[in-house]
Ligand binder design. Structure first.
Ligand code: SGN
Ligand code: CA
Length: 548
């Protein structure tokens, strides 16, 4: 085993000397679709997340954290490999991850680490590179979810089983059980705790159903965006007003079936999810909460199909949109409340079991999410809300970890793999495309030679490439470059259009400046840099650029 220490002891207090004797553990917590807008450490005024905030107080919060491709499977593949989507092969959710390729858990294992993966996996092929895995099937279910787990280690057979209860709590229980009873305490570990929450359809834990019932949320300023100047945005199908479904998303599964979905399949799934999957006690608690809301909804809006000839139509329509937004926000925030509580359980466990001071804890999401900005839910666009993702890394002080600070370095999810490798003294292979963030989370008291390749983060621009079209929300394919100030995007496919944003003046991506007077030089410069990034990362799309 080669646990190169990441700390120069001469420069750290004597009390920290034991860190050299204790190889660093890693706990990598990731949620699915958790927006930075709903984390109080990120300035949320919508809710309070005291436990995620504890991590920020104990570590570094990244204020410029982005993904490489804003979708679940692709993001996970980027994180595992440290490479962009075209390089790891998992470009959209219809792909199957090639588990024979190099991933950071495999490299950690070769360096003597135990690795475990619990929760949402979403890469179709079964996990490789883990001593233990226990994954949700597909997207996973919130209630009484089905898991597939490895029996007797990686190379043995897999077993399917349904567990009773709420997904976020079960995943946390499994993680704590692995820490207590299943790992070898003599070895360092890397444990993935990957929640299904708060993915659509945002089903809260029963104990949280009554939270926020009296809260109302202001519509974001861009809720009624008309998408002028942005053709791909005009084409999408992810608005709260039109595409968020009353039965499926908003749980208006009334008993006499007068409220209907856009299509029968969606309605069938919605009704099944809110009835057949739950046991009778869960069902009773669920109904006790939602049936009165359904009755109230019907009193206000009938079956939700508004009559356009009604003179009151436009008032009723905006009331309906507002109602949908409130219902969406309440459920989403309830789900986050449970995530935060379970993050707290993990921190408490580590503290009580003398592991907190020897474990790097990471909190992130597979991408950002729209909380009604531009009128949307979902993600996919290279616009700020879905391109960004929360990222907090808490490295214990004994390993030189910075505490309670922020980093504004331009970082991306391909950087996690090299960070974990370097933090554990594992060599970073040359083909990894990300950059280690260790220098950002470790005190400058640690000499640069032992810290990360900091220079590579300076003046760094980020590359983005999204592929999944037309399913499921009709977001056209696009790639682009993000500098600290500007983003330049190229949509290609049905919509062929460039978009340029000055994020200092327009952080909400409302004004496409491409082709506008005075932007020619800037555009030329950004296009050149974009091409350089495509060459650096070897994205084959660059070869067809000139033809576009
Ligand atoms: C599901 C959702 C979509 C979502 C994708 C991708 N529909 O298909 O709304 O965009 O996942 O999300 S659902 O009806 O199944 O909820 S991802 O985060 O997993 O990539
Ligand atoms: Ca996701």
């Amino acid at each position: 085993m080669n646990h190169r220490t990441v700390v120069n002891l001469a420069l750290l207090p004597a009390a920290c000397a034991w860190a050299q004797e204790r190889p660093l553990n890693i706990i990598y917590i990731m949620c699915d679709d958790h927006s930075y807008q709903t984390i109080s450490a990120y300035g949320s005024t919508l809710n309070h997340t005291p436990n995620i905030d504890r991590l920020a107080q104990r570590g570094v919060r990244f204020t410029n954290s982005f993904v490489a491709n804003s979708l679940s499977g692709p993001s996970r593949a980027c994180m595992l490999t440290g490479k962009h989507s075209h390089a790891n092969g998992f470009t959209d959710n219809t792909k199957r991850f090639d588990g024979s390729q190099q991933t950071f858990p495999k490299l950690l294992r070769q360096n003597g680490y135990q690795t475990a993966m619990i929760g949402k996996w979403h890469l179709v092929s079964l996990p490789t590179g883990f001593d233990y895995w226990d994954i949700l099937t597909g997207q996973g279910d919130y209630y009484n979810p089905t898991f597939i787990r490895s029996v007797d280690g990686e190379d043995s057979h897999a077993e399917r089983l349904q567990r009773h209860g709420y997904s976020t709590t079960i995943v946390t229980d499994l993680a704590l059980n692995w820490l207590s009873n299943q790992r070898d305490p003599q070895k360092p570990f890397c444990l993935f705790i990957h929640h299904k929450a708060p993915h659509r359809t945002w089903m809260p834990d029963l104990q949280d159903l009554e939270l926020f019932s009296d809260s109302t949320y202001e519509l974001p300023a861009t809720f009624y965006d008309d998408y002028s100047g942005r053709r791909a945005a005009q084409e999408q199908r992810m608005t709260i007003a039109r595409d968020m479904d009353l039965v499926y998303d908003l749980k208006m599964a009334d008993r006499d079936s007068t409220i209907h979905s856009f299509d029968r399949t969606l309605e069938h799934w919605g009704r099944a999810m809110y009835t057949q999957r739950m046991d009778s006690a869960q069902q009773a608690a669920w109904d006790a909460h939602y049936q009165p809301i359904i009755a109230d909804f019907k009193a206000k809006f009938g079956n939700g199909q508004l009559d356009k000839n009604n003179p009151q139509f436009s008032i009723l329509n905006s009331q309906l949109n507002n109602w949908k937004y409130q219902q969406y926000m309440r459920d989403y925030l309830r789900v986050i409340h449970s995530v935060d509580r379970n993050v707290g359980r993990v921190i408490d466990y580590l503290e009580q079991n003398d592991l907190l001071e020897s474990t790097l804890i990471v909190y992130t999401s597979d991408q950002g999410f729209y909380m009604g900005e531009h009128g949307w839910f979902d993600k996919r666009f290279m616009y700020e809300e879905s391109f960004r993702t929360p990222l907090i890394m808490s490295l214990p002080a004994a390993y030189g970890g910075k505490q309670g600070v922020t980093s504004d370095a331009m970082v991306q999810n391909i950087d996690y793999a090299p960070t974990f490798l370097q933090a554990t003294g594992t060599a970073i292979p040359a083909d990894i495309q990300g950059v280690s963030l260790l220098g950002e989370i470790q005190s400058s008291r640690v000499p640069k030679s032992q810290s990360s390749r900091v220079g590579e983060l300076k003046n760094r621009d980020l590359y983005y490439h999204y592929y999944e079209y037309p399913d499921e929300h009709r977001v056209n394919r696009h790639f682009g470059i993000r500098t600290k100030r500007y983003s330049l995007m190229r949509f290609y496919g049905d919509v062929n259009q460039w978009e340029l944003y000055d994020l200092k003046r327009d952080p909400e991506n409302m004004h496409n400046l491409y082709g506008k007077p005075g932007t020619l030089n800037l555009t030329r410069k950004l296009k050149k840099k974009l091409l350089q990034l495509q060459e650096l990362y070897d994205d084959p799309i660059r070869d067809s650029l000139n033809a576009m």
